[in-house]
Design a binder for this molecule. Structure first.
Ligand code: ATP
Length: 257
């Protein structure tokens, strides 16, 4: 575990997000069955599992893209189970922007400014704090190391830089809890590590829930890990505990991951 990650664990307090008995069926398919999860404030919590284990379904239920068949989601001590995705974003529960949500013919900086603006306008539609957004966009540009590409149209960025822009835009909305579904997918190994290192640095004071397939990255960045298989939670613990867990070894480390 890196020094950054170790420090984060020390700062943990109480659960920011609690999921109880969460289940989702699609017709006959039980994508998620009776999953409990308590995410502590400030931790990096990674969800692992083989293809079809239910990771994305769990994410979609937490963010509000999907409604559960049973169970509840509590965020900052409020029951958000029936709240929309937008309402959850306003509470500070944000999933990372997808490429499809980046305006391709706007520059990198313009996209960052719009993201900074979007949260504030959803909180206060009359807000006109342009200078604040400009400053936020500038700061984020530097944090994600895209200063040299500030005036580049987003469609002209490399795949890795687009991924960084997605993360930067999500952070510009100032979330308390950020959910990232495979932030390094399709990115070279060298770029992956750089993206993850920046991510950990930039999210030092917020909670991160991550889906990640690269087991080296998982073991390096996570405070705790939850392992799913066939829609069920089969293990939860520190990277060391997960590495030593026989169920996990059988299901994940033995060949899937
Ligand atoms: N909209 C849907 N309609 C029907 N079945 C679905 C739907 N979404 C997911 N499923 C099924 O639910 C199960 C869990 O899928 P999910 O995408 O959550 O798994 P995952 O762990 O994210 O997999 P992967 O690593 O491949 O992305 C799978 O059997 C999948 O086929």
């Amino acid at each position: 575990m890196s020094a950054d990650t170790a420090n984060r664990s020390d700062e943990r307090h109480s659960p920011i997000l609690e999921v109880e008995g969460l289940s989702k069926s699609f017709g006959e398919i039980k994508a998620l069955s009776d999953v409990d999860l308590a995410i502590e404030q400030g931790e990096v919590h990674t969800i692992i599992g083989p293809n079809g284990a239910g990771k994305t379904t769990l994410f979609n239920l937490i963010t509000g893209s999907l409604r559960p068949t049973a169970g509840s989601v509590q965020f900052k001590d409020q029951d958000v189970t029936k709240k929309s995705l937008d309402a959850r974003t306003r509470f500070g529960l944000t999933r990372v922007f997808q490429s499809a949500e980046i305006f391709p013919d706007l520059t990198v900086k313009e996209n960052l400014r719009l993201a900074a603006q979007s949260r504030e306008q959803s909180l206060n539609p009359l807000s006109r704090q342009k200078e604040g957004h400009e400053r936020d966009a500038e700061e984020m540009l530097n944090a994600i190391d895209l200063g040299v590409s500030a005036t580049t149209n987003s469609e002209d960025l490399s795949h890795g830089d687009k991924k960084r822009l997605e993360i930067g835009m999500s952070l510009a909305t100032k979330p308390n809890c950020l959910l990232l579904d495979e932030p390094t997918s399709g990115v070279s190994e060298k770029d992956s590590q750089r993206i993850i290192d920046q991510l950990i640095e930039m999210t030092a004071d917020i909670t991160v829930i991550l889906i990640e397939h690269d087991i080296d990255i998982v073991m390096g960045v996570s405070d705790r890990i939850t392992a799913l298989e066939s829609g069920q939670r089969i293990a939860q613990g520190s990277p060391e505990e997960i590495e030593d867990n026989e169920e996990v070894q059988r299901a994940y480390l033995g060949g899937y991951v």
